[in-house]
Design a protein around this ligand. Structure first.
Ligand SMILES: Cc1cc2nc3c(=O)[nH]c(=O)nc-3n(C[C@H](O)[C@H](O)[C@H](O)COP(=O)(O)OP(=O)(O)OC[C@H]3O[C@@H](n4cnc5c(N)ncnc54)[C@H](O)[C@@H]3O)c2cc1C
Length: 244
């Protein structure tokens, strides 16, 4: 996609997050080499730098397996073997268990794994390149629907004619908004602090989520590395308190 040039592609995907890259790989693998897929995202420049972690549920893990990505990240993925959810106040003497998930979805198959976003995105990106997905480091600026194509204007000044434009541009999708697809949402007045902590004792694959008055507090097990035992924390607070 060079300046002043209009490229032709079967599918243009806006957004190189988990959704956009997974779809690009799956389309190439399913529809064959003659089906052209491009992914446009200014964040492609900084892929691999996200230090947050995600719980990947069994259904998502099966998808990553099917498209040949899971085997690359499995060594760094921590199975969640046990999950405890409580609903209480900070000063409650007891924190009774509200809900538990333990065991497997199928024998030997944990219901979720924890994995850091950086390695997962890097594996998706490497697989997309191998499978012939065209990657372009720019944003979708605008689009206009023609008879059997969509004409897409990119931020770098180039244009692209696609048979399909996929809006995988995240929760606040501007492409969805421009297409007039309505959403219904509201503010919780909460912010989350997401970080990684190290601890002395083994977590034994146990995840905990406490529903506290200001919002949920989750501690989620990560794979042990050379520095020792680690967990990911998502600590939700009232927004001004989180900023403090
Ligand atoms: C604190 C937190 C914890 C979470 N924990 C989990 C979890 O444990 N498990 C889980 O499954 N999910 C979790 N999620 C949700 C998960 O992160 C999202 O569902 C997921 O990232 C959505 O992926 P996506 O590819 O749709 O969008 P995103 O990851 O948001 O990617 C969108 C991409 O689109 C690009 N983009 C934006 N505009 C344009 C444009 N105009 N043109 C081109 N590109 C554009 C952006 O640069 C971005 O790279 C969590 C979310 C948060 C905030």
């Amino acid at each position: 996609m060079s300046n002043g040039h209009t490229s032709q592609v079967d599918t243009l995907i806006a957004g190189a997050g988990f959704a956009g890259l997974s779809l690009a790989i799956a389309l190439r693998q399913t529809l064959g080499a003659s089906f052209t897929v491009a992914v446009a995202d200014p964040a492609l420049e900084r892929a691999g730098g996200d230090p947050r972690a995600s719980a990947i549920v069994a259904a998502a893990r099966r998808l990553f397996e099917t498209i040949g990505v899971w085997e690359r990240i499995a060594p760094g993925a921590q199975p969640i073997l046990d999950m405890v959810v409580t609903d209480s106040r900070l000063d409650d003497a007891m924190r009774p268990t509200f809900l538990t998930f333990d065991g497997d979805v199928e024998p030997g198959e944990p219901f979720a794994h924890m994995i850091e976003n950086g390695p997962l995105l890097a594996a998706l990106l490497a697989k997309a390149k191998e499978d012939g997905v065209a990657l372009t480091t720019t944003a979708v600026a605008d689009s206009a629907v023609a008879a059997d194509r969509i004409n897409v204007r990119l931020q770098d000044g180039t244009t692209c004619d696609a048979r399909l434009l996929v809006a995988a541009d995240g929760a606040r999708s501007s492409i969805r908004e421009r297409a007039g697809i309505a959403t219904h949402g509201w503010q919780y007045g909460q912010s989350s602090i997401a970080t990684t902590v190290r601890h002395e004792r083994d977590h034994n694959g146990r995840a905990e989520e406490h529903f506290l008055p200001a919002g949920p507090f989750a501690i989620l097990p990560l794979k042990r590395d050379a520095t020792g035992h680690r967990s990911s924390i998502v600590w939700t607070e009232e927004a001004t308190e989180a900023a403090r």
